[in-house]
Write a protein that binds this ligand. Structure first.
Ligand code: ADP
Ligand code: MG
Length: 309
């Protein structure tokens, strides 16, 4: 007997609400009831993943779950927020218990790791689509916004860029990789580590932040625009993983690092002595992002990053 919607929710998702923190009422009623921490703001973000667009149709349910979760949490990291709760809107072509079991196991593993409780959702029939809304908390007024960059700031990256695009190429079968490279890239694509701890660490010192989802240039451009400043990027300072360097030509690696997207590192600006991450440039008077090698300005084409329309 196939499960009906209510049985599926009860069996696979209700248990993702741990008794703990701030959940007065979780899955099962018309609304969840949550107890926010006094003196804090709620930080809320929502992301939709469509099969065939945000992940290959062939992706495993466990991997789809970890990707949906980590990508959503990355937005909380970018504001410096602490994850607390999430809701899940699930559109499924069919009630497949094997699929639901593996998917909910992926979600449970991530929810445990990041101490973020599933408190509700919606389940509908249709083409496979996963929407997560994540709720985090921030001490009042401290959020890291895109609009805070100041002329003279250093620009930082939390870790290597270009792996997301390289991983997608590997998953699509366009690269020949060793087992280790394959494993590394699989993790980079399906479970990129949301930079929650770093976001909280830089909360009181950084002036602006964003997570790299559309590509470094495109995302830095968002900070530049929102802050009314220009940015000078030092291409020689970009951190690239050894896997990327081994698998791609220098030109390809640079393209993926600048325009590839799906990296989920944080880019942030602040004083020159922050002592975290990689310093990759500086904030200047002006507009837009310019790339340099030393003092030499490097011309780049016009396309900035991934855009849906
Ligand atoms: P309603 O008709 O009031 O919207 P639903 O039947 O959609 O209620 O959902 C019943 C309960 O199950 C609610 O508490 C809802 O939050 C929860 N729920 C539904 N789908 C999911 C899901 N995919 N994940 C987690 N909770 C869910
Ligand atoms: Mg509903």
């Amino acid at each position: 007997m196939p499960l009906n919607e209510f049985e599926a929710i009860a069996q696979y998702f209700a248990r993702l609400t741990p008794g703990g923190t701030g959940v007065n009422l979780g899955v099962g009623d018309d609304c969840a009831l949550l107890q926010a921490t006094p003196g804090h703001q709620l930080a809320i973000s929502i992301d939709t993943l469509v099969a065939g667009r945000h992940f290959p149709e062939s992706a495993k349910p466990y991997d789809i779950a970890t990707r949906a979760f980590t990508v959503s949490l990355s937005d909380l990291a970018a504001m410096g927020a602490q994850p607390r709760w999430f809701t899940l809107a699930l559109t499924l072509p069919e009630m497949n218990t094997q699929w639901l079991k593996a998917f909910s196991r992926g979600l449970a593993d991530m929810a445990d790791l990041y101490q973020c409780a599933l408190v509700g959702g919606d389940t509908t029939k249709g083409p496979l689509t996963i929407t997560l809304q994540v709720h985090g908390e921030l001490p009042n007024g401290l959020a890291l916004k895109r609009s805070g960059a100041k002329v003279g700031d250093a620009i930082y990256l939390s870790g290597p860029v270009g792996d997301g695009a390289c991983a997608l190429a590997a998953i699509m079968g366009d690269l020949s990789c060793s087992r280790e490279q394959n494993h590394y890239l699989h993790q980079r694509f399906y479970a990129p580590e949301p930079q929650i701890a770093l976001g909280r660490q830089i909360l009181t010192q950084a002036h602006s932040a964003i997570d790299i989802s559309d590509g470094l240039l495109a995302d830095l451009n968002h900070i530049a625009k929102a802050s009314g400043v220009g940015m000078q990027l030092q291409l020689n300072e970009l951190p690239l993983s050894s896997t990327l360097k081994a698998l791609a030509s220098q030109e390809q690696a640079l393209q993926w690092a600048l325009r590839g997207g799906d990296d989920y590192q944080l880019a942030f600006t602040g004083p020159g002595n922050l002592g975290v991450g990689y310093c990759i440039g500086r904030v200047v008077d002006g507009a837009g992002v310019e790339c340099f090698r030393g003092d030499e300005c490097v011309e780049l084409g016009s396309s900035l990053g991934y855009q849906h329309f």
